[in-house]
Design a protein. Structure first.
Length: 498
């Protein structure tokens, strides 16, 4: 049964949304958080396990040093304080995907805390306060079989794969986020998108949302407009795309508003997001921290990163993605709208790489956001899946610069590249695409155009030089587009005495 919802405008007229976002990041270490098992995605079920990550009696964990380093990098990039001393805790809960029946995590002593970052939405900057970024291990994966929805309800049986159990995980938790209601969902989307870019730049995760290595839990509550008292929150679990984060927050605002407007009470619970229908459904009542019975992990020593190590890591951090974009925009001379199109089109890195090969930013943008983006959209692919890289784009543009191609012919070369017909030079030869550079051939085509269009020549001779454009078009058609229009104009003007 689908829950009642209010229109978003009606919901925001009565209530102010309050958010808290928890983003889980799987690190790209070669081994798990507390054992030496590999972390390769997609391996056959239960082939990447050992007594430690299966929680067998007598098996003792050892902390992955690279995971600690990655956690510090993330904390520093989010302007967090890095703890001089912290430790792990046992988070107790009973669920099939946790073989130990507890998760080794951090509770009140995280490695990074009290940070902040910023996102920009519609030209406005919003500051997001970071509560903490803590280390923990991921859980296994349950697959529910026999039902219609893939959920446990209605399934005939369940399968558990423990390959993922124990993979290093960083959970980044925001403080309360209060922004104008009509911006809340967009800010949530922008924040997760910014985190993905940041984590990629840091090199600590592949942040593949489709594979679950970046997941967002969205906490949403409502309070009456103007009230200081927070409402009861829900937590929508494991939302795994930017668009879905925005949709899930919007849906929860409209659903909770309908509950409150009808005199009901919002239940504190976890909820499942359904990508196909765009709704959330009830999961389980949400546990509070005391329900997990946290206590210090007795089998692990505390983590105490030296200040020298922390500063060494700080000095190695790459340029922040947001600052890099500002710098590149200034260097390239792009407008805010142009840069937004580049970022939204996932073309920033290809353009950077193409510019580094000697192509102007404007020319690189023209191809990546023009011909190649169109081809990607038509085929339903990402830009990086077309099989055309910065080197090919640079080679095509250099042929244009050299006068061997014009833009029209270059588009045909890109078509050949996408179809795997060879290098740009090979495609030019196979398709016969090179520009005609022989003046005598162009003059012959001009003579034919003049002879076929005496009325146009008469207009030009009577003081209307703009009419010569029709003659240029006739020449280009005669030459099958394989003429330099500027050269044709030059020769035509000389012929007509313009």
């Amino acid at each position: 049964m689908t829950a009642a919802v209010l229109e978003i405008d009606d919901a925001l007229a009565q209530y102010d949304p309050v958010m808290g976002l928890e983003v889980h990041v799987e690190l790209n270490t070669r081994s798990k958080m507390f054992c030496g098992c590999p972390t390769e995605f997609g391996a056959p079920p239960n082939t990447q396990t050992c007594p430690v990550c299966l929680g067998l009696p007598g098996a003792l964990p050892v902390v992955n040093a690279r995971a600690v380093e990655s956690a510090i990098k993330i904390g520093l990039a989010l302007n967090c304080e890095i703890a001089e001393w912290c430790r792990f805790a046992r988070k107790n809960y009973f669920y099939p995907d946790m073989p130990k029946n507890f998760q080794t995590s951090q509770y009140d002593e995280p490695i990074a805390y009290n940070g902040w970052t910023e996102v920009v939405v519609d030209g406005e900057t919003y500051r997001i306060e970071i509560e903490r970024a803590h280390m923990e291990e991921d859980t296994g994966k349950s697959t529910h079989v026999g039902g219609a929805t893939g959920r446990i309800h209605g399934a005939s049986h369940s399968l558990v794969d423990y390959n993922r159990a124990g993979i290093p995980l960083i959970e980044i938790v925001t403080k309360t986020i209060e922004v104008p209601g009509d911006k809340a969902a967009a800010v949530a989307k922008a924040y997760v998108s910014m985190l993905r870019d940041l984590l990629l730049a840091l090199g600590v995760s592949d942040v593949r949302m489709d594979q679950g290595s970046l997941r967002c839990d969205a906490n949403v509550s409502l309070k009456p407009t103007g009230s200081a008292t927070f409402g009861t929150r829900t937590e929508t679990k494991n939302v795994n795309s930017f668009r879905s984060v925005e949709r899930a927050v919007t849906y929860e605002i409209t659903r909770q508003a309908a509950v409150l407007a009808s005199g009901g009470k919002v239940v504190q619970e976890t909820r499942h997001w359904h990508e196909d229908t765009g709704i959330t459904t009830s999961g389980r009542e949400k546990s509070d921290a005391e329900d997990y019975r946290y206590f210090p992990e007795p089998d692990l020593v505390p983590v105490a990163p030296s200040r020298e190590w922390v500063e060494e890591i700080r000095s190695s951090l790459p340029e922040a993605p947001t600052l890099r974009r500002v710098r590149l925009q200034e260097e390239w001379g792009f407008t805010d709208l142009e840069m937004r199109d580049v970022v939204n089109g996932n073309a920033l890195e290809p353009i950077v790489a193409t510019v580094e090969l000697g192509v102007t930013p404007t020319a690189a943008k023209k191809w990546w956001l023009g011909e190649l983006a169109r081809a990607a959209n038509e085929s339903g692919q990402e830009l990086n899946a077309l099989g055309v890289g910065p080197a090919e784009v640079a080679e095509v543009q250099k042929l244009v610069d050299a006068g061997s191609l014009n833009d029209k012919l270059a588009r045909q070369v890109f078509d050949g590249l996408i179809k795997g017909e060879g290098t740009p030079a090979e495609i030019m030869a196979k398709r016969g695409l090179a520009l005609v550079s022989d003046d005598s051939a162009l003059i012959e085509a001009i003579d034919r155009a003049i002879a076929a269009n005496p009325d146009v020549v008469e207009k030009v001779n009577s003081g209307k030089p703009a009419a010569a454009g029709a003659l240029i078009g006739a020449v280009m058609k005669d030459m099958r587009g394989q003429a330099d229009a500027a050269k044709v104009r030059e020769l035509l003007n000389a012929k007509l005495g313009i």
